[in-house]
Design a protein around this ligand. Structure first.
Ligand code: MG
Length: 310
Protein backbone atom coordinates (compact mmCIF):
# COMPACT_ATOMS: atom_id res chain seq x y z
CA UNK A 1 0.00 0.00 0.00
CA UNK A 2 1.47 3.40 -0.92
CA UNK A 3 2.39 5.48 2.04
CA UNK A 4 3.93 8.82 2.90
CA UNK A 5 5.25 10.16 6.18
CA UNK A 6 5.81 13.73 7.27
CA UNK A 7 6.94 15.19 10.59
CA UNK A 8 5.08 18.04 12.23
CA UNK A 9 5.04 19.84 15.57
CA UNK A 10 2.14 19.73 18.00
CA UNK A 11 0.49 22.93 16.75
CA UNK A 12 0.63 21.73 13.18
CA UNK A 13 -0.87 18.38 14.14
CA UNK A 14 -3.72 20.24 15.84
CA UNK A 15 -4.24 22.14 12.60
CA UNK A 16 -4.48 18.89 10.66
CA UNK A 17 -6.88 17.45 13.18
CA UNK A 18 -9.18 20.43 12.66
CA UNK A 19 -8.94 20.01 8.92
CA UNK A 20 -9.82 16.31 9.13
CA UNK A 21 -12.58 16.93 11.71
CA UNK A 22 -15.29 15.37 9.54
CA UNK A 23 -13.22 12.22 8.92
CA UNK A 24 -11.89 11.37 12.39
CA UNK A 25 -12.01 7.78 13.59
CA UNK A 26 -11.17 6.29 16.98
CA UNK A 27 -7.39 6.06 17.53
CA UNK A 28 -6.14 2.53 18.16
CA UNK A 29 -3.15 3.35 20.34
CA UNK A 30 -2.25 5.83 23.07
CA UNK A 31 0.59 7.02 20.82
CA UNK A 32 -1.85 8.23 18.23
CA UNK A 33 -2.79 11.92 18.45
CA UNK A 34 -5.61 11.39 15.99
CA UNK A 35 -6.63 9.10 13.18
CA UNK A 36 -8.80 9.88 10.18
CA UNK A 37 -10.06 8.15 7.07
CA UNK A 38 -10.69 10.31 4.04
CA UNK A 39 -11.63 8.94 0.59
CA UNK A 40 -9.90 5.65 1.31
CA UNK A 41 -6.73 7.25 2.71
CA UNK A 42 -5.80 6.53 6.33
CA UNK A 43 -4.21 9.44 8.16
CA UNK A 44 -2.52 8.58 11.44
CA UNK A 45 -0.84 11.32 13.48
CA UNK A 46 1.45 10.07 16.22
CA UNK A 47 2.27 11.94 19.41
CA UNK A 48 5.91 11.75 18.29
CA UNK A 49 5.05 14.18 15.49
CA UNK A 50 5.08 11.66 12.64
CA UNK A 51 2.02 11.70 10.43
CA UNK A 52 1.47 8.69 8.22
CA UNK A 53 -0.69 8.69 5.11
CA UNK A 54 -1.66 5.27 3.72
CA UNK A 55 -3.67 4.41 0.65
CA UNK A 56 -3.86 5.20 -3.02
CA UNK A 57 -3.95 8.96 -2.49
CA UNK A 58 -1.36 8.94 0.31
CA UNK A 59 1.18 11.03 -1.50
CA UNK A 60 -1.32 13.56 -2.78
CA UNK A 61 -2.88 13.94 0.67
CA UNK A 62 0.53 14.31 2.34
CA UNK A 63 1.57 16.89 -0.23
CA UNK A 64 -1.26 19.17 0.95
CA UNK A 65 0.83 19.67 4.08
CA UNK A 66 4.26 19.74 2.51
CA UNK A 67 4.80 23.43 3.23
CA UNK A 68 4.32 22.69 6.93
CA UNK A 69 6.48 19.62 7.07
CA UNK A 70 10.19 19.54 7.73
CA UNK A 71 12.16 17.70 5.10
CA UNK A 72 11.87 14.35 6.69
CA UNK A 73 11.36 10.76 6.30
CA UNK A 74 11.43 8.80 3.09
CA UNK A 75 8.36 7.19 1.63
CA UNK A 76 9.39 3.79 2.90
CA UNK A 77 9.31 5.22 6.41
CA UNK A 78 13.00 4.68 6.96
CA UNK A 79 14.81 7.23 9.06
CA UNK A 80 17.20 9.38 7.15
CA UNK A 81 20.52 9.76 8.94
CA UNK A 82 20.69 12.84 11.17
CA UNK A 83 23.75 14.25 9.48
CA UNK A 84 25.86 13.45 6.53
CA UNK A 85 28.91 11.74 7.90
CA UNK A 86 31.88 10.07 6.37
CA UNK A 87 31.36 7.05 8.59
CA UNK A 88 30.03 3.79 7.24
CA UNK A 89 26.30 3.31 7.58
CA UNK A 90 25.30 1.59 10.84
CA UNK A 91 28.68 2.48 12.32
CA UNK A 92 26.95 3.17 15.65
CA UNK A 93 26.14 -0.54 15.92
CA UNK A 94 29.69 -1.74 15.23
CA UNK A 95 32.17 -3.03 17.80
CA UNK A 96 34.38 0.02 18.10
CA UNK A 97 37.31 1.46 20.03
CA UNK A 98 36.69 5.15 20.56
CA UNK A 99 39.17 7.72 21.82
CA UNK A 100 38.96 11.26 23.07
CA UNK A 101 40.94 13.74 25.15
CA UNK A 102 40.22 16.41 27.74
CA UNK A 103 42.32 19.17 29.27
CA UNK A 104 43.97 20.48 26.16
CA UNK A 105 42.22 23.83 26.46
CA UNK A 106 42.53 24.21 30.21
CA UNK A 107 45.45 26.11 31.72
CA UNK A 108 45.32 24.13 34.95
CA UNK A 109 45.13 20.37 35.09
CA UNK A 110 46.48 17.46 33.09
CA UNK A 111 45.89 16.39 29.51
CA UNK A 112 43.93 13.14 29.65
CA UNK A 113 43.43 10.75 26.74
CA UNK A 114 41.16 7.72 26.95
CA UNK A 115 40.25 4.88 24.65
CA UNK A 116 37.25 2.63 25.32
CA UNK A 117 36.30 -0.61 23.59
CA UNK A 118 32.54 -0.95 23.21
CA UNK A 119 31.65 -4.13 21.40
CA UNK A 120 28.15 -4.82 20.12
CA UNK A 121 27.15 -6.65 23.29
CA UNK A 122 27.99 -3.65 25.46
CA UNK A 123 26.24 -0.94 23.49
CA UNK A 124 22.90 -1.46 25.15
CA UNK A 125 24.34 -1.70 28.71
CA UNK A 126 26.31 1.50 28.10
CA UNK A 127 23.22 3.23 26.89
CA UNK A 128 21.26 2.00 29.92
CA UNK A 129 23.95 3.42 32.20
CA UNK A 130 23.19 6.80 30.66
CA UNK A 131 26.35 7.18 28.58
CA UNK A 132 25.96 10.07 26.15
CA UNK A 133 27.67 13.24 25.03
CA UNK A 134 29.58 14.37 28.13
CA UNK A 135 28.71 17.98 27.36
CA UNK A 136 25.12 17.09 28.20
CA UNK A 137 26.09 15.63 31.59
CA UNK A 138 26.77 17.41 34.87
CA UNK A 139 30.11 16.96 36.64
CA UNK A 140 28.35 14.87 39.29
CA UNK A 141 26.81 12.60 36.66
CA UNK A 142 30.23 12.21 35.05
CA UNK A 143 31.81 11.27 38.38
CA UNK A 144 29.15 8.60 38.93
CA UNK A 145 29.23 7.23 35.40
CA UNK A 146 33.00 6.87 35.07
CA UNK A 147 33.53 4.01 37.57
CA UNK A 148 30.49 2.19 36.16
CA UNK A 149 31.94 2.43 32.64
CA UNK A 150 35.33 1.22 33.86
CA UNK A 151 33.66 -1.83 35.39
CA UNK A 152 31.73 -2.58 32.22
CA UNK A 153 34.16 -2.21 29.32
CA UNK A 154 37.91 -2.41 28.56
CA UNK A 155 39.59 0.99 28.55
CA UNK A 156 42.97 2.67 28.52
CA UNK A 157 43.58 5.99 30.19
CA UNK A 158 46.71 8.14 29.82
CA UNK A 159 47.29 11.12 32.07
CA UNK A 160 49.91 13.72 31.30
CA UNK A 161 50.28 15.91 34.36
CA UNK A 162 50.89 19.60 33.77
CA UNK A 163 54.42 19.08 35.06
CA UNK A 164 55.08 16.33 32.52
CA UNK A 165 53.31 18.34 29.82
CA UNK A 166 55.70 21.24 30.39
CA UNK A 167 58.65 18.91 29.88
CA UNK A 168 57.30 17.46 26.61
CA UNK A 169 55.71 20.59 25.19
CA UNK A 170 58.87 22.28 23.83
CA UNK A 171 59.54 19.22 21.65
CA UNK A 172 55.97 18.27 20.73
CA UNK A 173 53.36 20.80 19.65
CA UNK A 174 49.85 20.27 21.03
CA UNK A 175 48.65 18.32 17.99
CA UNK A 176 51.71 16.10 17.86
CA UNK A 177 51.36 15.35 21.56
CA UNK A 178 47.71 14.40 21.15
CA UNK A 179 48.49 12.14 18.20
CA UNK A 180 51.16 10.35 20.24
CA UNK A 181 48.79 9.93 23.18
CA UNK A 182 45.77 8.76 21.19
CA UNK A 183 47.99 6.31 19.36
CA UNK A 184 49.50 5.01 22.58
CA UNK A 185 46.07 4.57 24.19
CA UNK A 186 44.80 2.73 21.11
CA UNK A 187 47.88 0.53 20.92
CA UNK A 188 47.67 -0.46 24.60
CA UNK A 189 43.94 -1.11 24.45
CA UNK A 190 44.27 -3.25 21.32
CA UNK A 191 46.78 -5.36 23.25
CA UNK A 192 44.42 -5.62 26.21
CA UNK A 193 41.51 -6.93 24.15
CA UNK A 194 43.56 -9.20 21.85
CA UNK A 195 42.89 -11.61 20.22
CA UNK A 196 39.62 -9.78 19.81
CA UNK A 197 39.80 -6.95 17.30
CA UNK A 198 37.37 -4.07 16.86
CA UNK A 199 35.52 -3.55 13.60
CA UNK A 200 36.59 0.06 13.64
CA UNK A 201 38.45 2.72 15.60
CA UNK A 202 36.89 6.15 15.95
CA UNK A 203 39.01 9.09 17.02
CA UNK A 204 37.26 12.26 18.09
CA UNK A 205 38.83 14.41 15.44
CA UNK A 206 41.20 17.19 16.51
CA UNK A 207 43.31 17.46 13.36
CA UNK A 208 42.92 16.45 9.69
CA UNK A 209 43.55 12.76 9.05
CA UNK A 210 46.58 13.52 6.86
CA UNK A 211 48.22 15.41 9.69
CA UNK A 212 47.39 12.66 12.19
CA UNK A 213 48.99 10.07 9.92
CA UNK A 214 52.01 12.28 9.33
CA UNK A 215 52.74 12.51 13.06
CA UNK A 216 52.08 8.76 13.39
CA UNK A 217 55.17 8.07 11.32
CA UNK A 218 57.36 9.05 14.25
CA UNK A 219 55.65 6.59 16.60
CA UNK A 220 57.16 3.30 17.67
CA UNK A 221 53.88 1.38 17.52
CA UNK A 222 51.68 3.21 15.05
CA UNK A 223 48.06 2.05 14.91
CA UNK A 224 47.07 2.67 11.31
CA UNK A 225 44.24 0.27 10.44
CA UNK A 226 40.49 0.78 10.61
CA UNK A 227 40.91 4.39 11.69
CA UNK A 228 37.97 6.75 11.37
CA UNK A 229 37.95 10.42 12.26
CA UNK A 230 35.01 12.65 12.94
CA UNK A 231 34.40 15.76 15.01
CA UNK A 232 31.79 15.41 17.77
CA UNK A 233 32.66 11.71 17.70
CA UNK A 234 30.66 11.12 20.89
CA UNK A 235 27.51 11.56 18.82
CA UNK A 236 28.48 8.78 16.44
CA UNK A 237 29.51 5.95 18.75
CA UNK A 238 29.06 5.20 22.44
CA UNK A 239 32.73 4.16 22.66
CA UNK A 240 33.77 7.78 22.09
CA UNK A 241 31.06 9.07 24.43
CA UNK A 242 32.31 6.69 27.15
CA UNK A 243 35.94 7.66 26.49
CA UNK A 244 35.03 11.30 26.78
CA UNK A 245 33.33 10.68 30.15
CA UNK A 246 36.37 8.81 31.50
CA UNK A 247 38.64 11.66 30.39
CA UNK A 248 36.46 14.31 31.94
CA UNK A 249 36.10 12.41 35.25
CA UNK A 250 39.86 11.98 35.47
CA UNK A 251 40.47 15.61 34.63
CA UNK A 252 38.06 16.74 37.36
CA UNK A 253 39.67 14.42 39.87
CA UNK A 254 43.18 15.65 39.05
CA UNK A 255 42.06 19.25 39.32
CA UNK A 256 40.46 18.51 42.71
CA UNK A 257 43.61 16.77 43.98
CA UNK A 258 45.76 19.66 42.80
CA UNK A 259 43.44 22.15 44.45
CA UNK A 260 43.79 20.28 47.73
CA UNK A 261 47.57 20.17 47.47
CA UNK A 262 47.95 23.91 46.93
CA UNK A 263 44.99 24.96 49.09
CA UNK A 264 43.50 27.04 46.27
CA UNK A 265 40.70 25.98 43.93
CA UNK A 266 42.25 25.46 40.50
CA UNK A 267 39.75 26.52 37.85
CA UNK A 268 39.08 24.73 34.58
CA UNK A 269 39.46 26.68 31.33
CA UNK A 270 41.86 29.48 30.51
CA UNK A 271 40.10 32.67 31.48
CA UNK A 272 40.78 35.57 33.83
CA UNK A 273 40.09 33.39 36.86
CA UNK A 274 43.01 31.19 35.82
CA UNK A 275 45.29 34.25 35.64
CA UNK A 276 44.33 35.29 39.17
CA UNK A 277 44.84 31.85 40.67
CA UNK A 278 48.13 31.47 38.79
CA UNK A 279 49.33 34.82 40.17
CA UNK A 280 48.67 33.57 43.70
CA UNK A 281 50.62 30.39 43.01
CA UNK A 282 53.51 32.46 41.64
CA UNK A 283 53.56 34.54 44.79
CA UNK A 284 53.49 31.38 46.85
CA UNK A 285 56.12 29.29 45.08
CA UNK A 286 57.19 30.87 41.81
CA UNK A 287 57.21 29.15 38.42
CA UNK A 288 58.34 25.89 40.01
CA UNK A 289 55.09 25.60 41.91
CA UNK A 290 52.90 26.94 39.09
CA UNK A 291 54.53 24.55 36.61
CA UNK A 292 53.33 21.57 38.61
CA UNK A 293 49.70 22.43 37.95
CA UNK A 294 49.55 24.68 34.89
CA UNK A 295 50.48 24.35 31.23
CA UNK A 296 53.06 27.09 31.18
CA UNK A 297 53.14 27.82 27.45
CA UNK A 298 49.58 29.25 27.65
CA UNK A 299 49.34 33.05 27.47
CA UNK A 300 47.93 32.91 31.01
CA UNK A 301 51.45 32.59 32.42
CA UNK A 302 52.54 36.00 31.18
CA UNK A 303 49.32 37.59 32.44
CA UNK A 304 49.78 35.91 35.82
CA UNK A 305 53.38 37.16 36.04
CA UNK A 306 52.20 40.71 35.40
CA UNK A 307 49.46 40.32 38.00
CA UNK A 308 51.84 38.87 40.55
CA UNK A 309 54.18 41.86 40.20
CA UNK A 310 51.50 44.51 40.55
MG1 MG B 1 37.46 15.59 21.79
Amino acid sequence: MPQSVITLNKAQIDKLKTDYQAFLIAPKSPYVAFAAKKNGTMITAYTSGKVMFQGNHAEKEASRWSTLAKPSVSKAGKKTSPKNSTLPKDFATWSVIGSDEVGNGSYFGPLVVCAVYADKAHLSPLQKLGVKDSKMLTDDQIRTLAPAIEKLVPFQKLIVSAEKYNQIQPRYNAVHMKVALHNQALYLLLQKIAPEVPEGILIDQFTPETKYRKYLQGEKHPVTDKLHFITKGEQYHLAVAAASILCRAQFLESLATGSQEVGITLPSGAGAKSDQVAARLLQKGGLDLLGKYAKLHFANTKKAQDLAKS
